[in-house]
Ligand binder design. Structure first.
Ligand code: GDP
Length: 302
């Protein structure tokens, strides 16, 4: 199970500590909850989310009259899933059009794994029998276009590009015309992730979106923000900034395999109210999985 494998580091960190805690305390008391709180914060679950969880746990323990710490473990899993779902839209499926072109825009800062994610998704859709095209919309960073082409070759999909420094909106226009001409099903669009200049970034994304909207009514169908799980609370800050700049419909959390602090999924979900749609669990083409809260939470313990 890839999902479980990708969570190895987080699970080793988290469940070892929780098991140790349960063994040391045996009886549920205030100190037990305090230490549990500390473990959750260290796993990057996020302060607000941890406070909410601990409150819920205390109430549930009271309600069920739980005395032994060993009996708290299953309640922790239940509450974590509940907090993740929290009455919100948690669907990880993408808004794919049955007929006509689906346009997916990728945003996120450099190095988070945007190109890799586009490559992985291209592979996934291609495997499902869909015709996929890539748009090299990051015309700012040296090497970004080449890097996307490497993935295009690897997966066997065409990349629509112009030269470095060209107008990203013009690239999008070209890519949409190409997608229409080739009767493509999915167009995956890279963008430049310059968070240093929020106004420029906003203007660039707005212009790109305007071109897409004009050419394909209802598009872009998804705006996916790519975040690197290993950057912990920084990922949360990036997400907040991008949310201010553009409408984000979903999150792809990469490099979950590379961190022991996979609790960041819960923090992102709970504090931003944007669903995590995919998680990256490695560098290879098929190391991308649809996010599943139950699988994730239960994967932390077993
Ligand atoms: P970009 O600058 O956002 O386009 O980032 P890249 O796609 O070039 O990825 C940066 C680095 O992260 C590369 O070395 C990727 O192989 C690596 N990477 C991307 N996604 C994952 C993932 O899910 N797990 C791991 N372990 N590495 C990843």
């Amino acid at each position: 199970d890839k999902f479980k494998e990708g969570l190895t580091k987080t699970r080793d960190n988290f469940s070892t500590k929780v098991n140790d805690l349960v063994a040391r305390y045996r009886k549920v008391d205030e100190d037990f909850f305090e230490e549990l709180e500390e473990i959750l914060i260290q796993a990057d679950v996020g302060f607000n989310t941890v406070m909410e969880l601990i409150e819920e746990l205390k109430m549930e323990v009271k309600r069920k009259n739980i005395k032994e710490t060993a009996d708290v473990q299953s309640v922790i899993s239940e509450k974590l899933v509940e907090i993740y779902e929290n009455g919100q839209d948690t669907s990880s499926t993408l808004n794919i059009q049955d007929n006509g072109l689906t346009v997916v825009l990728f945003v996120g800062v450099n190095g988070v794994g945007k190109t890799t994610t586009i490559g992985k998704l291209a592979h996934k859709f291609k495997t499902e029998g869909k015709k996929v095209l890539l748009a090299a919309g990051d015309t700012f960073r040296a090497g970004a276009i080449d890097q996307l082409e490497v993935w295009g070759d690897r997966v066997g999909v065409e990349v629509i590009k112009q030269g470095e420094g060209s107008d990203p909106a013009a690239v999008m226009y070209d890519a949409i015309q190409a997608a229409k001409a080739r009767k493509a099903d999915i167009l995956l669009c890279d963008t430049a992730g310059r968070l240093q200049n929020k106004v420029n970034l906003m203007n660039e994304l707005e212009k790109v979106k305007r071109v897409i909207e004009r050419e394909i009514p209802g598009a872009p169908h998804e705006v996916l923000l790519v975040l690197d799980a290993t950057t912990g609370q920084n990922a949360l800050i990036q997400a907040k900034t991008f949310k201010e700049v553009t409408n984000v419909s979903g999150i792809v959390l990469t490099k979950l395999d590379g961190t022991a602090k996979g609790g960041i999924v819960l923090a992102i979900r709970n504090e931003l109210e944007i669903p995590v749609k995919f998680v990256g669990l490695g560098e290879k083409m098929d190391d991308l999985q649809e996010f599943d809260a139950e699988k994730y939470v239960y994967g932390l313990f077993s």
